[in-house]
Write a protein that binds this ligand. Structure first.
Ligand SMILES: [Zn+2]
Ligand SMILES: [Zn+2]
Length: 413
């Protein structure tokens, strides 16, 4: 990459396309669509890809687009953008404010979509010029916020044959032109658990003749989180926190049922896989000791996004190559969830944070707020970064297993 003047090629491409991309983003921003209802967005993406000579396919449910660029026997690299908006009212006073009441691109997915579209157009030019040593699978995924879109893509065969996948997300805490990178887990798992306990009920004068359900429920509420902290590696930060509890109606009657609901958050993939069985086992033992029946519903959210170190190295090289040596910034694991984690359960890859903050700007609206907006220079930076990432992964995917230096990375290519 160093020798190939990729920077210059991207400069030339963006000189002709950056304004179109900004306009595209503003159009999406004015017409946000919720998860699995992104019909207009899907049409806009597909139309632009077709105009560039590509052959996009719409996912079976009618929203989301998959398209491949390039050919040949080289590796296949996946690039994923999410395209859905949030049920959050737009509170910004800008010419491109949302025209849909109560719906807004408050998570920046309009930017992700536009960055991937720009990258697609650039890569299509590269393929036409015979400069793409493999294939790039462009995945415009619906319904990240629901979530469910990643599973829809996978069920449709969207990542079959993909060797490595990359995605990025707006980060308003990071200056535009910088990217946040981290090996290992970068987002967290968040599941829901709902427990119902039942027993015969009775008079509070005679708890020994029935099952003291409220007492048993209280034991479950305190014992389960406490026992979990002793059964799981503390580094996984598996935490069970209750948000709702309900039992009984009067002071002198032991009720016959009760409910507790909470969330399970977890930083670590192994602990996430083990959590449901572990919690069920603990629940059965506590409930059994007090003679009540317990039933648990465990509702899976998303796994943590666990970045593969080799893929993070590719992101680092790409960012340094086209954004500058100082572009990569260390970033922390967030407690938020992101359905990109589903892809990384199957194939290696990595997820990066894209700086969207105007340097020196005091304004710092976080994502999922109605005032969230980006410095639109992040679109050009994102295209440079994502295009360079795809090319780096293709070149490195070709690298001989002997560990010989890659010809394409040297000045003669
Ligand atoms: Zn979001
Ligand atoms: Zn998001």
């Amino acid at each position: 990459m160093r020798g190939r003047n990729l920077r210059g090629e991207l400069d030339a491409f963006l000189a002709g396309s950056e304004q179109e991309l900004i306009d595209f983003r503003r159009d999406l921003h004015m017409h946000p669509e919720l998860a699995f209802a992104e019909y207009r967005t899907t049409q806009r993406i597909a139309d632009r890809l077709i105009a560039a000579g590509l052959v996009p396919a719409v996912l079976p449910r009618g929203t989301g687009v998959i398209c491949e660029v390039g050919s040949g026997d080289g590796p296949t690299v996946g690039l994923r953008a999410d395209i859905d908006a949030l049920p959050v009212p737009d509170e910004k006073d800008v010419p491109y404010s949302s025209t849909v009441p109560g719906v807004c691109h408050a998570c920046g997915h309009d930017v992700h979509t536009t960055v991937l579209l720009g990258t697609s157009l650039f890569l299509a030019q590269q393929a036409e010029a015979g400069l793409l040593p493999g294939r790039v699978r462009l995945i415009f995924q619906p319904a990240e916020e629901l979530p469910g879109g990643a599973l829809e893509v996978m069920a449709s065969g969207g990542i079959s044959g993909v060797d490595r996948i990359f995605g990025l997300h707006c980060d308003p805490r990071l200056d535009v032109g910088r990217v946040g990178l981290k090996s290992g887990p970068i987002t967290s798992a968040c599941d829901r658990v709902s427990i119902r306990v039942s027993g015969p009920g009775g008079h509070t004068a005679r708890p020994h003749l029935t099952a003291d359900l409220v007492f048993a429920l209280a034991k479950i509420l305190t014992e389960l989180p406490a026992a979990l902290s002793r059964r799981v590696d503390p580094r996984s930060s598996l935490s069970l926190v209750w948000g709702r509890v309900e039992a009984g109606s009067v002071a002198n009657a032991i009720p016959d049922d009760g409910v507790a609901e909470g969330t399970v958050r977890c930083l670590d993939e192994d602990a996430w896989h083990a959590a449901p069985d572990l919690i069920k086992g603990l629940l059965d033992s506590v409930a059994g000791a007090y003679g009540v029946e317990a039933h648990m519903d465990y509702i899976r959210g998303v796994p943590p996004v666990v970045n593969d170190p080799v893929s993070v190295q590719m992101l680092t090289e790409a960012a340094q190559g086209v954004l500058g040596d100082g572009a990569p910034a260390p970033t922390q694991q967030s407690l938020g969830g992101e359905d990109f984690g589903w892809y990384l359960e199957s194939i290696p890859g990595a997820y990066a944070r894209l700086g969207t903050r105007t340097p020196g700007s005091p304004h710092l609206a976080d994502i999922h707020q109605g005032t969230f907006d980006v410095d639109e220079n992040c679109i050009g930076a994102g295209v440079r970064f994502l295009a360079a990432t795809a090319l780096t992964a293709l070149w490195e995917g070709q690298r001989p297993s002997s560990g010989e230096p890659l010809v394409s990375l040297n000045a003669d290519n």
